[in-house]
Design a protein around this ligand. Structure first.
Ligand code: SAH
Length: 466
């Protein structure tokens, strides 16, 4: 089960809390802070609840719960010390279609009051859906220490100038860029530094000038082999800042999930359904989008300059005078080798490593087989699945031992990673019998043997070859 994250406006929604112990007190605190009209029903109450009542912030009734307490209520928090009573109220309240938060039993209720990090007016809520309160607390501590205390004041500043900014920049995209520039520039620093008056006047000036950089830019970003943790900081920052993304088939779902919800997405894969891209080359598309003033994220699997045709795209941008930056990514060979426990070089086994395309032209791989068929070096074939029989055959014909170890790494670095090991002799048959599918990398050389000793990243897809 996954909960829906919701923030409720409870300013004029009556909330009922049954119970007035320490647990109830924490919930009451949250409700009062959110401005909800709160009634608390319990024969006894802890001091902090009595204090709230005396200060007129809540309505405390020192008595037992009655069914009519539920009338006109939006949210019921059930937190008495009587389990049977709690169950009864939960049932009754749900029967009436009220929102129920049950402190005694998570599944008796249907809403949670999550732990929040507050930087008013900003709140960050954390929910682990009951999976791990400890993890939730750790995350909360982490965020508490990472979000500057004055962050809320930044939001307040934006709030003050929102109307003016909307007038100055009626177009949403430009407005967003204006705010991004403000929130990542000197104005933000001034607010965080406690110099709010200064920030106000700087912002006022910037608004009057009314300029947002209007030329687009292209970010050629390597998304790595799949695991989102392998992105670079720069990649992540640009991923969050782009207006439009042009992405490839190989970019993993968890990385796509990092994109902003309102980003324009253009798929540049090679599937037939995507006619738009077939007609307009990707290079021309990047130029057009940047000319429209957009920040274009060209997101590619692995590294953009390793079998990624990134060079061609950049050449066009240069010709057209479009600004760009290149962010390297972890190429499949590096990611897959690490996560498979196969060192690409090794003092005893391999003094060199060659990345090779296994893409076949006219049914044969036109490669320099004499150079490739050497012991004491590691060969990494990209796009080599279809050509696997030919690759293995040629390497043996040109002098490599048929017993040379080899590995097939599919969807490396992801939870679906699968590693099969064999030799040049049985690799093609392994591809067949184990239904090996792309994206798969082929690693050939003595270093593959080290996997037995060094494997560490386990997934359910792993099988050792017979
Ligand atoms: N620019 C990319 C490579 C693109 S070529 C990079 O630097 O990694 C596409 C080939 O990369 C696929 O056919 C496959 O051989 C390999 N590949 C990419 N991601 C992979 C992954 N997660 N696991 C295994 N192979 C992968």
């Amino acid at each position: 089960m996954a909960s829906l994250a919701l923030f409720a406006n409870v300013a004029d929604r009556r909330c009922l809390v049954v119970g007035a112990g320490p647990v109830a007190a924490r919930k009451i605190e949250a409700l009062v802070r959110a401005g909800a009209p709160v009634r608390v029903v319990a024969p006894e109450a802890v001091d902090s609840i009595r204090d709230h009542a005396e200060a007129g912030r809540i309505d405390y009734q020192a008595r037992d719960f009655q069914e009519k307490d539920l009338e006109g209520i939006f949210l019921v928090v059930i937190a008495s010390s009587d389990a049977a009573l709690n169950d009864k109220i939960a049932e009754e309240a749900r029967g009436r279609g009220l929102l129920v938060n049950a402190a005694h039993k998570a599944d008796a209720g249907d809403v949670l009051l999550p732990s929040v990090i507050r930087r008013d007016p900003i709140q960050v809520a954390i929910c682990t859906d009951g999976a791990s309160p400890v993890l939730g607390r750790l995350l909360r501590n982490h965020l508490e220490s990472r979000i500057p205390g004055a962050f809320g004041r930044l939001a307040a500043l934006v709030e003050r100038f929102r109307g003016a900014a909307r007038e100055k920049f009626p177009e949403r995209r430009l407005r967003r860029r204006f705010w991004e520039a403000v929130l990542t520039g000197p104005v933000a620093e001034q607010v965080l530094d406690g110099r709010e008056a200064e920030a106000d006047s700087t912002l006022q000036q910037e608004l009057e000038r009314g300029q947002v950089p209007d030329t687009g830019e292209v970010y050629l970003v390597g998304a790595g082999p799949g695991d989102p943790d392998l992105l670079t900081f720069r990649a992540l920052r640009l991923i969050h800042q782009a207006d439009v993304v042009v992405y490839d088939r190989l970019v993993s779902d968890p990385i796509m999930a990092l994109l902003r919800g309102d980003i324009e997405k253009i798929y540049a894969g090679k599937e037939r359904a995507q006619h738009a891209i077939e007609q307009e080359s990707i290079n021309a598309l990047l130029v057009r989008l940047a000319r429209e003033g957009k920040r274009v994220l060209r997101l590619k699997g692995g590294d953009p300059l390793v079998f990624g045709r990134g060079g061609e795209e950049i050449a066009t941008l240069m010709e057209e005078g479009i600004p760009f930056q290149i962010v390297p990514g972890i190429t499949a060979a590096n990611g897959c080798a690490s996560y498979a426990g196969i060192p690409l070089t090794h003092r005893d086994y391999a003094q060199a490593c060659i990345f090779v395309t296994g893409h076949l032209k006219d049914g044969s791989v036109n490669l320099n087989w004499d150079m490739l068929a050497h012991p004491r070096q590691t060969l990494v074939f990209y796009m080599g699945l279809a050509g696997c029989p030919e690759i293995c055959k040629q390497l043996v014909q040109h002098g490599l031992d048929a017993s040379t170890p080899a590995a097939l790494i599919t969807r490396g670095t992801t939870p679906e990673q699968r590693v099969l090991t064999g030799t040049l002799e049985d690799l093609p048959q392994l591809v067949q019998s184990q239904d090996v599918a792309p994206p798969t990398l082929i690693v050939i050389g003595e270093v593959v043997r080290l996997r037995e000793q060094l494997r560490w990243f386990q997934t359910s897809g792993d099988i050792a070859a017979p």
